[in-house]
Design a protein around this ligand. Structure first.
Ligand code: MN
Length: 229
């Protein structure tokens, strides 16, 4: 059987030190996942369950790209995040088995049209038009967990035009990687190719035409993108 239209291209991410690519299925993003202050040791009964929103896979932008400035927004924001790429699917995954489902890690940006997201929040409407727009998910090549392990601490930061704007530590995630995988897999069945954007530390702020963004996660990689003038 022929397809009625050309088959849409599956977005892929390069795999570091390999000639293979990773096909991206769905992108799940964790909302508000870093505490402002150092996380207290031990159980925190007051933490709220994590929540998730999505971006389409074709929002992926490759490392070192120049990105057209997005439509309609007057307040584009950067959110630097560690990317978790799922290699093995599953539902109801227990926390202690969750890392077995990870293929690898990357550095990404959850680019956000903050003005449009803000309007949606105010009106109790969905966030998609603030989050799930063209080119809203720049990401580096993936580093396989088999190569780098499972980063649980280390600096995460982003610079805009050479100036550090967001800085945090992976250890400050409210829901760590095994917990977010386990939680998400109770809401939906994870599939190989799914990607999780794991949340952003404090310091989000505006991005203008011509700005250069450089993001970093210790032991994971470096991402550079530039917005067209
Ligand atoms: Mn985010």
């Amino acid at each position: 059987m022929d397809y009625a239209i050309d088959f849409p291209k599956t977005p892929v991410l390069p795999v570091a030190e390999s000639n293979k690519t990773f096909p991206v299925g769905r992108i799940y993003c964790v909302g508000r996942n870093y505490a402002e202050h150092a996380r207290e040791m031990g159980h925190d009964p007051d933490r709220e369950p994590p929540f998730f929103f999505m971006k389409p896979a074709d929002a992926i932008v490759q490392n070192n790209a120049t990105i057209p400035y997005p439509q309609v927004t007057k307040d584009l924001h950067h959110e630097i995040e560690m990317i978790v790429a799922i290699g093995k699917g599953g539902a109801d995954i227990p926390v202690e088995k969750a890392l077995d489902h990870v293929f690898g890690y990357g550095v990404g940006l959850d680019m956000t049209r903050r003005d449009i997201q803000g309007e949606a929040k105010k009106m109790g409407r969905p966030w998609e038009m603030g989050k799930a727009f063209d080119n809203s998910a720049p990401c580096t090549a993936l580093n396989p967990a088999a190569m780098i392990g499972h980063p649980a601490k280390g600096a995460i930061w982003v610079k805009v035009n050479g100036e550090v704007k967001q800085k945090g530590d992976l250890a400050d995630m409210i829901w760590n990687v095994p917990e977010m995988i386990s939680y998400l897999s109770k809401l939906i069945t994870l599939q190989p190719g799914d990607v999780i954007m794991s949340g952003t530390p404090a310091g989000v702020g505006p991005v203008k035409r011509g700005d250069k963004l450089e993001g970093h996660v210790d032991g994971v990689g470096d991402l550079t993108v530039t917005y067209a003038k």
